[in-house]
Structure formats: C-alpha cells, structure tokens
Design a binder for this molecule. Structure first.
Ligand SMILES: Nc1ncnc2c1ncn2[C@@H]1O[C@H](COP(=O)(O)OP(=O)(O)OP(=O)(O)O)[C@@H](O)[C@H]1O
Ligand SMILES: [Mg+2]
Length: 350
C-alpha cells in the first residue's frame, strides 16, 4: 500500500500514535452508522443483563471506517478487556492457545484481517468459538494424544475489508455480522468538529464542511485532513481553519473537489483513456497503475463506486459519465450514467 497517499484510508504510523487521542471510547461518542450502533447497543445491554459474553461478531467494510474502534468500544461498554491481534500475526496454534488461555471471563478477542488467518489456526479457532475448547495434540504418530483445554467464555470480534474472502465455516461461527458503510458528510462534519476540539484547533463550520466533503466518506481521512489543515493554518494563516484555509491546504496535498487523489484519478484515467468504454479487469487496472489488485479492489474501488464514478459489471470495470465529466472529458455515447451504475453495482454485489 502506498503510504504517501493523503487520502489513502490505510493507517499511517503518525496516526497509530495520534489517533489514540481521537478514537472514541464509548458508544455515545461513536458518530454515524446508526443502524449498527443501535444493534450494538442492544447486543451489549442484553449480554450484560444476562451476564454473558457478547456473541461473536464479524465487522467488515473498507479501511478507516471504525472496525477497530467499534471492537474496542464493545469491550469498554461490556466492562471487559480487549486483546488485539491480527490474522497474519497469529502464526501458529501455540500463539492462539496462549492468548485464549489468558482471556478472562467475557473478554473480547479482536482479530484484525481475520480473512488472513492460516489454516491450522483457523481450524483450532472453531472449537474454541463453539465449545470453549482448545485441543492440544502432544506427541506424534501412534503415540499422539489430544489434550482438551476448557476456556473462559469470550467473544471473538473479527474484522475484514473483504467478507467474501472469509471461508464459509469461519463466517458461520460469527453470530452477528455488521457491515460498516461510508459515512455521510454530516457525520464527518461532527467527527471533524470533535477531533478539532480534542486537538485544540479552531475549526469553523465552513472548514469542517469542506474537510468532510473531501474525505472519501472515511473518518480516518477526515482526521488526517484536519491535521494537515492545522499545519497549514499554523504556518500560512492565523491558526484558524475556515473553508478558505482548508481548501488551500488540500490544494497543496493534491486532494480534488471530490476528495480523490492521484491514485483514484490514475485508476479512472485507465478507464477513460485508451480503454474508454470497454470493461476492464481489476488485474489490468492494477498493472496499469502499478498497485496490487487487492488495493484497487478493497481501497480504491469501493469509494469510486459509492461516488458513482465507477461501476463493477460482470465483464469488468467501467467509468461512468460522471467520471468522464469529473476529469473534464466528454463521455462517449452509451456511457453508463451514475444512477444506472449504482443500480448495477448493487445488483452485481447482491
Ligand atoms: N464512528 C466514528 N466516530 C468518530 N471517529 C471515528 C469513527 N470511526 C472511526 N473513527 C476514527 O477513525 C479512525 C480509524 O478508525 P479505525 O482504526 O477503527 O478503522 P478500521 O475500520 O479499523 O480501519 P482498518 O481497516 O484500516 O483497520 C479512528 O482512530 C477514529 O479516530
Ligand atoms: Mg483497524
């Protein structure tokens, strides 16, 4: 992943540190995603009343929309601890065993990138999730013995950017699945205002609106643009962020009026250039812009689709009329309109 992209939803090192202060800790501070929020509230309250752990939860959606945040919030609301790890970090069953046996009653075990668990670890996780059992195999061949450990009750919260990449057996073991969607501009305005307060920077309504509308629907990005606008305001203005200062700051960063950056525009460039009008496979796009296909599919495309600029069709990706116009080009005859494109995207995804 190219960490230089200002509007890349991926987390940077700066953010790992800075976001500790900005990350909401309670459900009341979690902005937007109303449907999910209400369901989480009910789940947590019901589990608390019964003094049970929350059911296993799978969170999916594009990067930076709040999966890790929500997992942490659920643990906080339950009044339990959260253990955070990721699929690739759980290299073998022993590592899984050491975490599982260290959990206290009702703790949250958060597994980021849960679609990247290796096979052996995933297999060992099944009985743990279902029967609170962990089977240790000692010895080899005829002398091998299985030792069954009984675990404390716990909740697995798995997060993934691609629900489709999760095997059926694993997916089935999650009692609840929440899909996080891109945020509305109003929600992002609220997030920007809250973050500005926490950072002690003056941000007026026009500035918040501008940052929010160029954040690709993503809280992580609105926080990032806010930090960059704060730098700009401090060095080039009087420290306050209004629409003018925010726009000037984003201009320097190459973020355009829709919040698209270089890579987004390059992807649209492929679809509106020599291949215009032809459906293009994701591999071809990836090669043309020199990125890996997973980044194109999980990071770049979801927002372009949401913005009505790109459509996934069974034969490949196409740019919509709106994409041509955004790039200052005349759409060729027969180009998919934005409405038709989003209808098609829904059909295709559903
Ligand atoms: N609903 C929200 N309200 C306020 N701030 C939010 C919300 N969701 C996310 N954020 C902010 O955005 C940042 C990124 O969120 P988070 O790390 O939870 O995303 P993620 O979905 O786990 O991303 P990734 O897929 O990269 O792991 C958080 O540190 C937090 O500051
Ligand atoms: Mg995360």
């Amino acid at each position: 992943m190219n960490e230089q992209r200002t509007v890349s939803p991926a987390e940077t090192d700066e953010e790992r540190a800075a976001d500790v202060a900005l990350r909401p800790q309670r459900l009341d501070e979690f902005v937007g995603q109303r449907g999910v929020e209400e369901q989480v509230r009910i789940l947590v309250e019901a589990a608390r009343q019964r003094q049970e752990p929350v059911d296993h939860i799978l969170l999916y959606g594009p990067p930076g929309l709040g999966k890790t945040t929500l997992a942490q919030i659920i643990a906080n609301e339950m009044g339990v601890s959260a253990r955070l790890t990721s699929g690739p970090a759980l290299e073998h069953q022993g590592m899984l065993a050491s975490i599982l046996t260290s959990l206290q009653d009702r703790d949250v075990f958060f597994i980021d990138e849960v679609h990247r668990l290796n096979h052996a670890v995933e297999e060992a996780l099944y009985p743990a999730m279902e029967d609170l059992a962990f089977d240790f195999v000692t010895g080899k061949g005829a002398g091998a013995q299985t030792l069954r450990l009984t675990l404390q009750r716990f909740t697995v919260i798995g997060a993934t950017t691609r629900a489709g990449a999760l095997g059926g057996p694993l997916r089935d073991r999650f009692g609840v699945t929440f899909r996080l969607d891109f945020y509305e501009v109003d929600d992002l305005v609220q997030i920007a205002a809250r973050s500005a307060r926490l950072l002690g920077v003056e941000l007026d309504a026009s500035g918040a609106e501008l940052l929010a509308s160029r954040s690709r629907g993503t809280p992580r990005i609105v926080n990032r643009l806010l930090r960059r606008a704060r730098d700009y305001a401090q060095v080039r203005a009087d420290g306050r962020i209004d629409a003018g200062v925010a726009a000037a700051a984003l201009e320097v960063l190459g973020v355009d009026g829709l919040g698209l950056d270089e890579l987004d525009r390059r992807v649209l460039g492929v679809l509106t250039g020599t291949l215009r009008g032809h459906p293009v496979g994701v591999q071809t796009i990836a090669v043309s812009v020199q990125e890996d296909p997973e980044t194109i599919e999980d990071v770049v495309e979801p927002f372009l689709i949401r913005a009505g600029l790109l459509a996934r069709t069974p034969r490949g990706r196409v740019a919509t009329a709106a994409a041509f116009r955004h790039l200052g080009l005349e759409p060729p005859a027969g180009t998919l309109g934005a409405t038709a494109a989003s209808a098609q995207a829904e059909l295709f995804q559903g």
